[in-house]
Design a protein around this ligand. Structure first.
Ligand code: GUN
Length: 294
């Protein structure tokens, strides 16, 4: 079994981005600038946004966070989005999800300028992905594709099973693996809560991507000998063995599954590390797109 070291690959890509940003700044040009809108005080969202800000500073990009209480009116959020859409100094931005229930998330996503949509959630970018056109790819699936590419994992003609059909991971992941590209060209099965014979389908996977949001859901009996296993889950579970009082596990029962597969991503240090890097790459892409049209 080979461990897919997402952390090491992410560090390497961050160095590549840092060099590119340094060259831009050395040429006395304005550097790339990304922004994040954070609503409420959900701890996971706060952690994600703080990590995004830290990573952008590490590579020399400018980053801004717009924070709002969970009581913020939808109208106010839409006004901030309109402001960011129009600000020529902002190359791309994200609205951290989930949003409070009184806010229409579809309306919010549709109000983002697709050319600044570095999360790739706007229907125009989703449509571009589905049509095989150039656009912004959602960060987690894009990060997984990059891991497969950098680990030289063959995907063409393979059976790829994706567990979970979320707009953020499962659905774009299935589209990416099936499109005419490398990595890609796989035969994809997208499984969800209503799928019959889930275990049998998983057992037939050459590449199994778990984004189902249930801790240690994928067990050894669901995995074919020699399969590639990608774990998107992040769950905190209480632990007496760590100082913090908890440990992080994924959607895959790592100890038993790792004995059967050819490649596996650890949690933490696998997919998670790549997600932020993909967002930085999208910011750079948004920046260059703007610069080239000026
Ligand atoms: N919430 C969980 N993952 C994501 C993500 O990739 N982007 C945004 N905006 N919100 C999220």
């Amino acid at each position: 079994m080979k461990l897919i070291d997402g952390k090491a690959i992410a560090t390497q890509i961050k160095e590549e981005i840092k060099a590119e940003v340094a060259a831009i700044l050395d040429a006395d040009m304005r550097g790339p600038h990304l922004a994040a809108i954070l609503v409420g005080d959900d701890p996971a969202s706060q952690t994600y946004v703080a990590s995004k800000e830290k990573a952008s500073r590490e590579v020399g990009m400018t980053s801004s966070i717009y924070k709002f209480s969970d009581k913020v009116a939808e109208k106010e959020l839409l006004e901030v989005i309109a402001f960011l859409n129009g600000d020529p100094e902002i190359d791309g931005f994200i609205v951290q999800l989930p949003l409070p229930k009184h806010i229409d998330v579809d309306k919010v996503i549709c109000s983002i300028d697709p050319s600044k949509d570095i999360d790739g959630f706007h229907p125009e970018n989703v449509g571009r992905l589905a049509s095989g056109m150039e656009g912004f790819l959602p960060a987690t699936p894009a990060g997984i594709v990059e891991l497969l590419r950098r680990c030289d994992i063959e995907t063409e003609g393979k059976h790829c099973v994706v567990l979970g059909r979320s707009n953020i991971v499962g659905t774009p992941m299935a589209l990416l693996m099936s499109r005419k590209a490398n990595p890609g060209n796989a035969t994809v099965t997208l499984c969800h809560s209503k799928t019959a014979n889930l275990k049998e389908i998983c057992r037939s996977a050459d590449i199994l991507i778990a984004a189902i949001g249930q801790q240690e859901f994928v067990t050894a009996e669901m995995v074919k000998e020699g399969a590639v296993v990608i774990d998107v889950g992040i769950h905190r579970v209480p632990s007496k063995e760590t100082k913090s009082g908890y440990r992080i596990v994924g959607d895959v029962a790592f100890d038993e599954v790792s004995e059967k597969c050819s490649f596996i991503t650890p949690v933490p240090g696998g997919v998670g590390a790549m997600t932020i890097v993909s967002l930085l790459l999208n910011t750079l892409k948004a920046y260059k797109g703007k610069i080239s049209t000026v």
